[in-house]
Structure formats: structure tokens, C-alpha cells
Design a protein around this ligand. Sequence first.
Ligand SMILES: NC(=O)c1ccc[n+]([C@@H]2O[C@H](COP(=O)([O-])OP(=O)(O)OC[C@H]3O[C@@H](n4cnc5c(N)ncnc54)[C@H](O)[C@@H]3O)[C@@H](O)[C@H]2O)c1
Ligand SMILES: [Zn+2]
Length: 355
Amino acid sequence: MKIKKRGEFIYFNKKAYDVLKNYLLHKVDSIKNIFILVDDITHAHCLPILFQNINFLKKSNVIKIKSGEEEKNINTCIQICKNLEKFKATRKSLIINLGGGVITDIGGFVASIFKRGIRFINIPTTLLGMVDAAIGYKTGVNLNYIKNEIGSFYIPEFLIIDTHFLRTLPNKEIVSGMAEMLKHGLIASQNFWEQMIQIQTDIMIQNENKWMNLIHQSILIKQNIVNQDPKEEGLRKILNFGHTIGHALESYFMNINKILHGIAVIMGMIYESWISCKINGLSISDYKEIKSILSTLCPIENKISGLEIKKLLFIMEHDKKNEKNKIQFSLLKEIGKCSYNCQVPSSLIKESFLN
Ligand SMILES: NC(=O)c1ccc[n+]([C@@H]2O[C@H](COP(=O)([O-])OP(=O)(O)OC[C@H]3O[C@@H](n4cnc5c(N)ncnc54)[C@H](O)[C@@H]3O)[C@@H](O)[C@H]2O)c1
Ligand SMILES: [Zn+2]
């Protein structure tokens, strides 16, 4: 897989629209060959901003799906393909994904299979989309409640990051994106972690430049890791820090009292930092700092019960990321340094929930 060099293909705010406009005018033969994928919420909040910046896009084809993770399935992809066909899309067509991670995952996947692959551009509109989902060439949909069971690695033409979209994003979605940004600091840059812990969600709107800068740094951290190991054979696994336990919590609570991915990851990072402290050399003072910062974003009010712990372990034992039947963890060595392929005894995983 040919990977473009770091920073080569992500454009920010105003300049981004010039790049996009230029690309559309010179690299796409007809406006009828441009398809914008939105969900009903980004249709209302984000499409007008895109049109304001590039007026002629009003004449392109808009494909709208319902918003929500439930829509991230193969049936939605078939519907989108049927729409592309109805509007006579060709191999030269282009899909512009305008939305959160659900839209960029679905749209990227459709682009990778329609007529054996057409071009696409990502315009993420959630914080999580900007710093995580739209970066790293993974596309896909869920199958029978198994997350991202069908998918592909597929490279967009480029990405556009416009922080104006974040103005309408609900606070809980901001926290979700922040969880991944904090993770980027913990696994790869102490300096970035320190910048992140000084900022609070509520000053997001007033301080857009500051946020732009943090988003940019966060993207570079992920891009740098992904470019060294695009197919997740080694180093890229550090991006899973907090996610082994986080995914189990997300799956377990899915049927009881749904929790957001970001919240599950914050809890997962607290528990996995404790494990890191026990067996991977993370110092107690680093652990205490991590726990105190992350707990302010997501206070863990109720301790997880013994029965719940059993069920969580069962989920982890059946995770598709396991190798040789062993649950794999990425654990911190210190703030800014992370190891991968760590095996953790079940007894220690259980104990982590009790701290
Ligand atoms: N491909 C990857 O590498 C990768 C990485 C991380 C996450 N993901 C995937 O990303 C998805 C989660 O992404 P998400 O959190 O962005 O979810 P999402 O796309 O569902 O967006 C969250 C909500 O915000 C709404 N929204 C989007 N932009 C908005 C805006 N500007 N203003 C107001 N509302 C807006 C959406 O309609 C939705 O209701 C998951 O499916 C996850 O598996 C993929
Ligand atoms: Zn995540």
C-alpha cells in the first residue's frame, strides 16, 4: 500500500477550501460526478457550511442517510451504491464524506468497493472524526453487532479539517474526541499530554485557534504512528491503549445503559494505566496524575461488581484482536511511551476494576 508522506494531504480551515475547490475544478470532469455523503444531522448543520465555502457544490448529488452507529451496516452501503448507480456514477466519480466517524467509515468503504474503487475525500465534522476516525486508512461497517467486521484499508485523496463544524457538536461528543486526543498524548507525547490537560471542553468555542493547534498536533501523532505501520502489524497497536477494557465496557453496557465510546475509553485508560503501573514500569505518580485527570472527564461513580467483571473478562477473551487465544494489551511505560503485545494475567485485569 502506498502511503502519502506525513502532513502531505491534510488541509486546514480556509486554505483547505481553496485546495478542495481547485481539485474539484481540475480533477473531476463534471459536477454530476461529485457525490456528497451526509447523515441527517450533518445535512442540517454542516452541508450549508460546505456550500457557503464552495457554492457550485450545490449542484452536486447529495446522498443522505440516518445518523447513528446503527446505520453503519452493509445494507446502508447497498442503499448508497444503488443511489450512486441511479445518479449514473462512473469510475471517475468522487465521494465527499461530510460527517463523523460513521459517515467517513461507511463512505470510505463504499468508495473502496463501488466499481472496484472510486476516489473519496474526508471532511470529518466531529472531533473524534478529525483526530481519529478519518485518519489512518481504515474503513468499514459492523456486522451482527460485531464492530467493523467488514472493511478495507483505503486511502482518501486528502482530508479537510474545518473546526467551524465543531460549533454545533454536543459536549458529550467533544468529550469523546478528547478521550482519543488524551490517549495520543499518553502513548506518544508527554508534551502533548501536558498541553491537553490544561484545556477544558467549555473553552472550546472561545478559543478556536488553540483547539485548531491541538487538533493538528493530535492528527500528526496518529498519522506518524499509522505511517510507520499502516496494517497494524506492530507499532500501530499502541493506538489501542485503553481500548481492550474500553471495548469490553462498551459492548457490555450496549444492552444495559449505552455508554459513549469516548467514555468507555476513558475508563479503559484508567484501568489499563493501573495495570501498566503493576507490570509495565509506569510510575505511581504518573498513574495518579492520569487517574486524577481522566476521572474529572468521567467520574467512575459505581464500582464494577464481581459478576460484571466476569462478563467483561468473557468479552475480552473473545475479542477479535486477541492472538494465540491471549488477550493483548498496549500498556504505558511512562507518560508518552507505550508498549504493545503485552499479556496480562486475568487476576490482574480483575483487580484493576477494584482500584
Ligand atoms: N476508521 C477508524 O480508524 C476509526 C477510528 C475511530 C472510530 N471509528 C468509528 O467512528 C465512529 C464514531 O465516530 P463519531 O463519534 O464521529 O460518531 P458519529 O459519526 O455517529 O457522530 C456522532 C453524532 O454527531 C453528529 N454530528 C456529526 N457532526 C456534527 C456537527 N458538526 N454538529 C452536530 N452534530 C454532528 C452525528 O450525526 C452523530 O449523531 C464509530 O463507528 C467508530 O467505529 C473509526
Ligand atoms: Zn477509540
